[in-house]
Design a protein around this ligand. Structure first.
Ligand code: NDP
Ligand code: HSE
Length: 441
């Protein structure tokens, strides 16, 4: 049978990997897909660079729309990134009757509803395994492997750049900026690395996973997002002393009244497998009612790991493109007319536990006032760590100390009110650090 024809729009880190892995493993892939998969057209603004990579094996164009216009192309792969041009190109490809494969989580987290509806109406597939956790087949697992389960929660390290930064800072004592530059050199970071360090990229991925896990529309605008830029070395150290590691987690949980969707630095018990995921590696824990806890681990970024997921989608589309569209796996796992009306909960309604660090005057009764506020708010304390006053002392001033408090679960709104009262105490000398904690058990 004639090979299926693929056009790749964007031949950068991921596009280059797709071309290379397809070329290297073409025979193995053909045996799995039932026919060859050939990249016959690629686009890149810098045409000379693209030619240097693909040689005569594919037609090189500067304009990605030339790929969509080519009637010979069956599948269009979007690897340009970003929101606007990518959205236009994907919608145009769908309108032209092409199946689409994309690694673009930003696009799907924001415009997914429009794109999936356009694809459904046209009877084509939009596949996006590479959009979440790079090479880890987490979309396949959530959408198909766990389909028997009522999923209760998921939590993941889903941004390689920030995990790499946190690991290198902790292990090697390197500065934030130095490690970020290295992540960029290695091709992990987004074109705009603020997306990585401010938690936006992880929120894109958490949004997509929550939609598939709970059968809700993609709602990136409702996600709570906090990155790692304000994280201090002292908190990483104190967390270790208390038996925790700090990770940037994407968390989504089902509650009776709605779905939690949030990305923030999180204390995770050091004994959990996910707490030991280091470097640019990603991992996602999914809790289902039947299967219990499952863990998915692997490379979440980089040229060939991401290409692995893109090509898995190409094989899926090749196998299924002649199937009746009604019998294909729905884009978001649930049938479009059976989506859940559960809302994304406002952050005040989220229930979690907390790490608090307070810089206080080292005087009698200070701790009692702080714990009194927590007790009055019905917030139960799990552990308290107080530093020796002479370890933390303002130069020439009154002795000060850091008090670290771990709490049990409470409503975020309740914690916010208690924090405001604690902050107003004259003996609390600096802004209180609050980091959320997840036991993941
Ligand atoms: P790169 O920046 O390395 O590559 C982007 C490619 O798109 C380049 O070939 C570029 O061409 C081309 N391009 C950019 N703008 C335009 C334009 N206006 N018109 C035509 N072509 C354009 O990005 P990545 O390969 O890293 O990422 C691609 C996608 O994959 C993104 O959505 C990203 O979020 C996602 N992704 C990336 C991962 C990674 O590890 N890098 C992992 C998982 C997903 P030129 O160079 O000539 O400008
Ligand atoms: N910038 C992303 C990361 C790439 O660091 O994880 C993979 O999506």
């Amino acid at each position: 049978m004639k090979a299926i024809q693929v056009g790749v729009m964007g031949l950068g880190t991921v596009g280059g990997g797709v071309f290379e892995v397809l070329r290297r493993n073409q025979e193995e892939i053909r045996r799995r897909a039932g026919r060859g998969i050939e990249v016959t057209m690629v686009s890149r603004r810098d045409v000379a660079k693209a030619r240097a990579l693909v040689g005569d094996a594919a037609q090189v164009v500067a304009d990605p729309r030339a790929i969509i216009a080519n009637p010979e192309i069956d599948i269009v792969v979007e690897l340009i990134g970003g929101y606007d041009l990518a959205r236009e190109l994907v919608l145009e490809a769908i309108a032209a009757g092409k199946h689409v494969v994309t690694a673009n989580k930003a696009l799907l987290a924001v415009h997914g509803t429009e794109i999936f509806e356009a694809a459904r109406a046209k009877g084509v597939m939009v596949a996006f395994e590479a959009a979440v956790a790079g090479g880890i087949p987490i979309i396949k697992a959530l959408r198909e492997g766990l389909t028997a389960n009522r999923i209760q929660w998921l939590a993941g390290i889903i941004n390689g750049t920030t995990n790499f930064i946190l690991s290198e800072m902790r292990d090697k004592g390197l500065d934030f900026d130095v490690v970020l530059k290295e992540a960029q050199r290695l091709g992990y970071a987004e074109a705009d690395p603020t997306f990585d360090i401010e938690g936006v990229d992880a929120a894109h991925k958490a949004t997509i996973m929550s939609a598939i896990a709970f059968g809700i529309p993609v709602q990136f605008d409702k996600a709570y997002i906090e990155g790692i830029t304000k994280l201090g070395a002292a908190d990483i150290r104190y967390a270790e002393q208390l038996g925790y590691r700090i990770k940037l987690l994407g968390v989504s949980k089902r509650r009776d009244s709605g779905i939690e969707l949030r990305v923030h630095p999180t204390l995770v018990p050091s004994k959990r497998l996910i707490a030991n995921v280091e470097g640019a590696m990603n991992a996602v824990v999914v809790q289902g009612d039947a299967v219990g806890s499952t863990l998915y681990y692997g490379k979440g970024a980089g040229s060939e790991p991401t290409a692995s997921a893109v090509i898995a989608d190409l094989v899926d589309v090749t196998r299924l493109h002649t199937a009746d569209p009604q019998n294909r796996v729905p884009h978001l796992a649930f049938q479009p007319d059976a989506m859940s009306p559960l809302p994304i909960l406002p952050m005040d309604e989220v229930i979690t536990s907390y790490y608090l660090r307070l810089r206080v005057a080292d005087q009698a009764g200070v701790l009692a006032k702080v714990t009194g506020i927590l007790a009055a708010a019905n917030i139960s304390i799990d552990a308290v760590l107080q530093r020796e006053a002479d370890e933390v002392c303002a130069e020439g001033g009154e002795p000060q100390t850091d008090v670290i408090i771990l709490t049990h679960d409470t409503r975020e709104g309740t914690m916010n009110a208690a924090l405001a009262q604690m902050q107003a105490l004259p003996t609390v000398l600096a802004p209180i650090t609050r980091i959320r904690k997840e036991e993941l058990n």
